[in-house]
Write a protein that binds this ligand. Structure first.
Ligand SMILES: Nc1ncnc2c1ncn2[C@@H]1O[C@H](COP(=O)(O)OP(=O)(O)OP(=O)(O)O)[C@@H](O)[C@H]1O
Length: 844
């Protein structure tokens, strides 16, 4: 997120050289020879950082911003904005035009231009290039205009953006998208940004529009406000549509106070947005066109899949003969039925909790498919090309899940983004016109599929491909809008098998029974009892840091590595949140050592050896939201021979560099939100839930968290929080997909047209991620500051023994504190190893 830099200071000087220029933005580090300043700068040279167009060494610039002291590099100037100090008199302009930057223009031609156009020649040329007609040859004129636009158009946009409150980063992105038109859009049609820029807050655009002279009740403003309100509500709740009532109420909250006649204005705007195709109206609901189009794409493709049969599937009679079960296992009846249905249906959904055999079924399916294909090739004499057309493709929404899939199945799996050839800002390489190749596609972790990614995926699926979606239906739904897995399971048309028998953790796995009872809506009676593989420590929110610290210390003593242990909490803020817990875990797993290299970025101080988390999809560099790695090198600009700060992170053998421009994609990973941990599994999970997080607590969240634990689970926090979560189902998501699949959706009033690509917001997060962070932050704002369990209430509960809050021997209680007892009593001999199954003891 771009930070606002104050303009307390200014400095003017000649640019000596550009020390660093980011590839993917306009961020630069400059070395400037100081001519004038207002902060008594003694030295000749000053380092200036900020967002700049293609600044030219030798030219003079004025920088407005702040002199800051960098902990490592000392004093440098952070520029909020800058101005090119072009000479504005005739002599200076002639020198500028004849500087050699503009091909075909020497001193004589420069004089001719300035004579004809005067001292505002630059403005005139940029506003209307035809003023050059007759003054210079057309080719020279074209080149002059292009160079000027490239250099000055962006500079002017930065300056204008600064005036109206648009960050330089976003101005740069606007320029990349709209080119010269960006300035006009900003001045004359700013509300267009609401439709084109992903996640840009309406209030920001509104402020820009105000400076451009828009009235509060202008039609464009009301339309944009209504659209933004509907879009925001869909993303915040995961809906793909709002009812008319919900849409109006969201619009009213966004605009109601400002408008003289809100009801009429909002009605008119809704009508206009539908007429323009930005919203669709059907069945008493409004949908942003992208979401409507995505649902329609998925439904249409599924319909198409049902209408075709692949040549291999038609041969179902032979399945029994070639059934290939891996690892000499005997599939149970339900698992066997799943494999057969997956092979005979064009679209099949397999669901099941952890350890129920999803991977086993997938492996059987893939191997049997390959045997079928080989048999058919031999029987019918097909060639190699035919074999390739029928190969297996495996993918998952996250990189980590794809890696796991590869490890477990032995087949190459990739992210869906990579499968589709999606790279930043570009359309997918594979789509309806250029479909994917292969005969069987298996998508793992399908609960994470939102409707937009599902649409991109289904669009690229060829008609004859078998599609199998595998997931755990009780996990959190996707971060982005849609409820794809749920809708498919509930469609009468889609074949679905749910695996229920748990194999992995086997009899006596108390994590599995805990997960099952949470799915039933309550905590088990033995919730607080110490089990072989799980334990609970009841604490107040304030006691969480100390309790988590003690559990981690024990785990480290027992030999657990940072990679094997994961602390999970629902949110970032509060002393029981991800941020604070990360600091505690970092100090324990990777304490500061003398001479250890560190790099500060924002609030994070990264140390060599730290466990880190990638926060967004970076398709260019093939790293994805949720990927975890280790810092294997720290480069400090102050070091000899190093030109800029950088970190090198090892993601399971793939080394990725992070510079100041990409470090915002990285954070510490000892503790993460539960959302971020989806698709990952860890040997030991330490879960923190307190009532402060109530707004986010529900069954799916706590189920997802505890099922990340492969071997041991330690739960910390207050009982009410766990109970509340177990008793509350995830709020229902409103989607049309199920109706579309059943063919019951009412006719869509306006057939959506294919959408234009959108600009990504300042934090170049993937769409989902922007929303996720926003959603979490939004909810963090709403965290209810409820009174924590006090010493009194705890003691009361203990005395009365009234409910399950009766505290067990090893619980950390406010009552202990009140009674002057060490709250950690009972933890001394505790380590996560105590919760390991016997046969795992040797691991620790
Ligand atoms: N029918 C079976 N008989 C015996 N063991 C089985 C059977 N099915 C699965 N298993 C074993 O149970 C364990 C869990 O199975 P599997 O990994 O397929 O489950 P999963 O649903 O993919 O789990 P997760 O979602 O946690 O990865 C594996 O060790 C597997 O070998």
């Amino acid at each position: 997120m771009a930070r606002t830099v104050s303009e307390d200071n200014q400095v003017k000087g000649i640019l000596q050289n550009v020390i660093f220029a980011a590839k993917d933005s306009y961020f630069k580090i400059l070395s400037v020879q100081v001519e004038e300043d207002d902060f008594d700068w003694d030295a000749d040279e000053l380092i200036v950082t900020g967002t700049f167009a293609s600044v030219k060494p030798g030219s003079t610039y004025a920088f407005y911003g702040q002199l800051v002291t960098h902990p490592r590099y000392g004093q440098q100037f952070q520029a909020a904005r800058y101005e090119n100090q072009l000479a504005t008199d005739e002599k200076g302009l002639i020198a500028f035009f004849s500087s050699g930057d503009f091909a075909g223009i020497g001193k004589k031609t420069a004089e001719k231009i300035v004579d004809a156009l005067g001292e505002d020649a630059l403005d005139k040329i940029l506003a209307d290039p035809s003023v050059l007609t007759g003054l210079v040859k057309p080719k020279v004129a074209d080149n002059l205009v292009e160079t000027l636009q490239n250099n000055m158009g962006l500079e002017r946009l930065f300056a204008l953006g600064h005036k109206v409150g648009l960050s330089a980063d976003l101005a740069g992105k606007m320029y990349d998208r709209y080119g010269e038109e960006a300035q006009t859009i900003l001045q004359e049609d700013p509300y267009r940004l609401v439709y084109d820029v992903d996640g840009l807050p309406f209030k920001k655009v509104d402020a820009i529009a105000k400076t451009a002279g828009y009235e509060v009740d202008s039609v464009e403003r009301v339309k944009a406000g209504v659209f933004a309100a509907i879009q925001n509500a869909c993303f915040a709740h995961g809906h793909t549509y709002l009812t008319v009532e919900q849409a109006k109420s969201a619009a009213w909250s966004m605009l109601g106070n400002d408008l003289p006649d809100p009801e009429a204005a909002i009605d008119a705007a809704l009508g206009a947005l539908v007429a323009e195709g930005r919203l669709t109206y059907s069945d008493n609901s409004y949908q942003p066109k992208d979401l409507a189009l995505a649902e329609k794409t998925v439904a249409d493709k599924i319909e198409e899949l049902f209408s075709k049969r692949s040549d291999v599937a038609a041969d179902t009679m032979s399945i029994d003969d070639v059934f290939v079960v891996p690892d000499q296992l005997q599939l149970d009846d339900v698992q066997e039925e799943a494999v057969k249905k997956a092979l005979s249906s064009q679209l099949f959904v397999l669901t099941g909790g952890p350890g129920t055999g999803k991977t086993t079924v997938t492996k059987t399916l893939v191997k049997t498919w390959e045997a079928l294909v080989r048999n058919q090739r031999d029987r019918d004499g097909h060639d190699q090309e035919w074999l390739k057309e029928h190969r297996v493709r495996l993918a998952s929404p996250t990189g980590r899940a794809a890696k796991r899939m590869t490890e477990i199945t032995g087949y190459e799996a990739t992210t869906i983004h990579r499968l589709l050839g999606i790279s930043d800002g570009d359309d997918a390489e594979f789509n309806a016109d250029n479909p994917l190749s292969g005969g069987l596609l298996v998508i793992d972790e399908a609960s994470m599929l939102d409707i937009s990614l599902a649409a991109a995926l289904f669009e690229a699926i060829p008609k004859t491909m078998h599609v199998v979606l595998v997931g755990d239906a009780d996990q959190l739904p996707s971060v982005g809008p849609g409820n794809v897995l749920y809708d498919l399971i509930h469609s009468s048309k889609v074949d679905h098998v749910a695996l229920q028998r748990i194999y992995r953790q086997g009899k006596g796995s108390s994590i599995s029974t805990l997960a099952a009872s949470i799915n039933e809506g309550h905590l088990p009676g033995d919730f607080q009892d110490k089990q072989r593989d799980r334990s609970t420590f009841l604490t107040t929110a304030n006691q969480v840091p100390s309790a988590v610290g003690q559990v981690l210390t024990s785990a480290i003593k027992k030999g657990f590595t940072a990679d094997q242990v994961q602390v999970l909490a629902p949110m970032y803020k509060t002393p029981a949140g991800v941020k604070a817990l990360n600091q505690i875990a970092q100090d324990l797993f990777n304490p500061v050592k003398p001479g250890q290299k560190t790099l500060q970025y924002g609030d994070n101080v990264f140390r060599l050896g730290d466990k880190v988390l990638q926060l967004e999809n970076d398709t260019e560099r093939d790293i994805y939201n949720g990927d975890m790695g280790e810092v294997v090198a720290v480069h400090n600009q102050a070091d000899k021979g190093v030109s800029a700060d950088a970190l090198v992170v090892d993601f399971g053998g793939q080394e990725v560099w992070y510079t100041t421009k990409t470090l915002n994609q990285l954070t510490l990973a000892y503790a993460t939100t539960i959302h971020k941990a989806q698709g990952n599994e860890f040997k030991l999970v330490i879960l923190v839930l307190t009532s402060q997080f109530k707004i986010m607590l529900n069954q799916n969240l706590v189920y997802t968290a505890i099922t990340r634990a492969k071997e041991a689970l330690v739960m910390v926090g207050d009982y009410d929080a766990y109970q509340y979560a177990a008793e509350h189902e995830v709020p229902h998501r409103q989607t049309h997909l199920e109706e579309l699949l059943e063919g019951t959706a009412k006719a869509v009033a306006q057939k959506p047209t294919k959408s234009e690509p959108v600009i990504k917001q300042e934090s170049p997060a993937a769409k989902n991620e922007t929303v996720s962070t926003e959603f979490v932050q939004q909810n963090e704002k709403n965290v209810s500051h409820q009174p924590e369990i006090t010493a009194e209430t705890s003691l009361q509960n203990e005395k009365t023994g009234s409910d399950k809050k009766v505290l067990s021997e090893n619980c950390l209680t406010a009552a202990h504190l009140a009674a002057g007892i060490d709250p950690m009593v009972g933890m001394d001999n505790l380590s996560p190893a105590d919760f390991m199954p016997d046969n795992q003891q040797s691991l620790v």
